[in-house]
Ligand binder design. Structure first.
Ligand code: GDD
Ligand code: MG
Length: 516
């Protein structure tokens, strides 16, 4: 992958560092002389300076795609990340042929977890057929897992892990919602693929398998760049999230009879607008560029380091993605109470974990199922609610992130007025308050797995859970990857990665983002 560098640099807010969008400009690059030259650190710091001065002098101009303004990640480096990645695909009633296209686009080095909330079991598009389809893929050597969100064992497993709030007390099954499906996917990824260090998400209604391949490679390239940067600076690896902004979102216009390639989806436009006000460059609010700094507030397609996924609380339904911009801000620990990634537990003050968000614009457009206005209205209202209810100006953690409390108060009022004006709520109502699920590092995932069973236990999907081709190294006593040895070998392999990437290229990220 070849990316443009983030022309607007990055912005830090306490433990959260957000990078301006990079753009995929070449899917399969070949090394150029310039890329080779970039292996020297001195040229690179020069490049960083050039970029910064260009930014200052020509704030409204694009830097262009000259090779010096780009950075490339080559296939061997991508593969090293992809083989450590699990892709979770939340699905409902999509046709099996469409979901098959999504799985077909996921590089086969990645494990796949299909979390289905399909409304029916039988028939050519029922969940049994979804499970069989995944099993067929895995017969070609891929590792995979199918689970139905309403499988009673999954609810039991969460109860046994201590995560009672995700279980609906009436139906005794996991609650409906995309966020809930993703949370289940993360718990399965950690339990059944313990040696995989990244987890990504791809919607099941993507109509273009080639776009899915690009999303996965874009995730891997983003992680590779951060690894290079850490290797170069010697800084500890941080929590990293890569969020995708699609090349465009095609919409059929029945009046003109044409497909229009719009820049942002209807919900993204609204959520991004408010996040851009929140994360405006100090003193720059209202500047044109500030409208474009956050482009991925609603990114359904995103990936993160497994450590990050395990330490984040997750919001329900469609609020899960916008909330991911707020949760890292809540990581500050005061002397008496630890918020956020400490699951609300009292504890000793500790340094908050640092989180970096990369935004990557893909070359492919995003073709998916069209949804109606009411669906979109509920989606942006849920997204705004996730910001509104957890972004409280009085929180010590928010104050520590250097966000201005008067800006926050004004923003919350504005969000409320916007929701009233656009029919999401009445004047006396509040924006919807999302349910938060605890970070999974506070769950007993050993019990979770004990309830669901070993991957070789014969579960084939027909009862609601299936394991396919999984190499189970978790509890094998003579295996190097037994739980204790695994952490040693993980450290070693991540050291290897750091060493090899240290020699490979430059420190793009810190060059363009001194403040992070
Ligand atoms: N397992 C599971 N459980 N999957 C679900 C559920 C659920 O309850 N609800 C929805 N999904 C799956 C859908 O089947 C689909 O594959 C994916 O989640 C996205 O749902 P859509 O209904 O297609 O959402 P959208 O296209 O309107 O919105 C998408 O893009 C937004 C940004 O524009 C989603 O990814 C949003 O989360 C995102 O914010
Ligand atoms: Mg969709």
């Amino acid at each position: 992958m070849r990316y443009t560098l983030p022309t607007l640099g990055s912005r830090s807010f306490g433990p959260l560092c957000i990078m301006h969008q990079m753009e995929v400009v070449e899917l399969e690059p070949r090394p150029t002389n310039m890329d080779n030259r970039l292996s020297g650190a001195s040229e690179l710091s020069g490049l960083g300076r050039t970029l910064q001065s260009q930014r200052r002098s020509r704030p409204n101009q694009e830097l262009g795609h000259a090779v010096g303004n780009t950075v490339a990640v080559f296939p061997d480096e991508l593969d090293r990340i992809l083989e450590k990645m699990v892709i979770v695909v939340p699905c409902k009633d999509e046709e099996v042929a469409v979901i098959r296209g999504v799985v077909a686009g996921i590089p086969s080095l990645c494990a796949v977890i299909l979390v289905s909330n399909c409304s029916h079991r039988h028939g050519e598009n029922g969940w049994e057929a979804q499970a069989r389809m995944l099993a067929e893929f895995c017969a070609w050597g891929r590792e995979g897992c199918f689970v139905h969100q309403k499988y009673s064992g999954a609810a039991e497993a969460f109860k046994s892990a201590g995560v009672h709030q995700i279980v609906d007390p009436v139906t005794k099954t996991i609650r409906n919602g995309k966020g809930e499906g993703m949370y289940l996917g993360i718990a399965l990824a950690r339990s059944y693929f313990p040696d995989r260090q990244y987890v990504g998400f791809i919607d099941a209604d993507n109509r273009v398998p080639g776009a899915v391949t690009e999303y996965c490679k874009a995730y891997a390239g983003g992680f590779a760049l951060v690894q290079r940067s850490s290797a170069k600076s010697g800084a500890e690896l941080e929590d990293v999230m890569v969020r995708i902004c699609w090349g465009s979102k095609p919409k059929y216009n029945s009046e003109t009879g044409r497909v229009e390639f719009v820049k942002q989806g209807r919900s993204s436009r609204i959520v991004n607008r408010f996040l851009n006000k929140l994360f405006a460059d100090q003193g720059q609010e209202g500047h044109d560029q500030d409208q474009e700094f956050i482009t991925t507030g609603n990114a359904g397609e995103h990936a993160m380091t497994m450590d990050m996924a395990l330490t984040m609380r997750m919001a329900n339904g469609y609020s899960i993605e916008p909330y991911q911009y707020i949760e890292p801000l809540l990581r500050h620990c005061s002397a008496s109470t630890c918020h956020g990634n400490n699951g609300g537990h009292k504890g000793k003050p500790t340094e908050p974990r640092r989180a970096r968000i990369l935004q990557i614009k893909t070359a492919n457009p995003h073709f998916h199922r069209e949804t109606d206005d009411n669906h979109i209205l509920k989606m942006w209202a849920a997204g705004l609610g996730a910001i509104y209810h957890y972004l409280l100006p009085t929180r010590a953690s928010i104050a520590a992130s250097a966000l201005d409390s008067t800006v926050i108060t004004r923003l919350r009022d504005e969000m409320h007025r916007f929701a009233v004006k656009n029919g999401a709520i009445t004047r006396t109502e509040e924006l919807p308050r999302p349910r938060l699920y605890p970070s999974l590092d506070h769950a007993d995932l050993d019990s979770f797995r004990d309830v669901l069973g070993e991957p070789n236990s014969g579960h084939d999907g027909s009862e609601g859970i299936g394991f396919y081709g999984i190499v189970d190294r978790t509890w094998s006593s003579d295996d190097l990857n037994s739980p204790t040895d695994r952490s040693v070998s993980e450290q070693e392999s991540s050291e290897d990665d750091r060493r090899s990437s240290a020699s490979s290229e430059e420190e793009v990220l810190s060059d363009t983002s001194k403040s992070c």
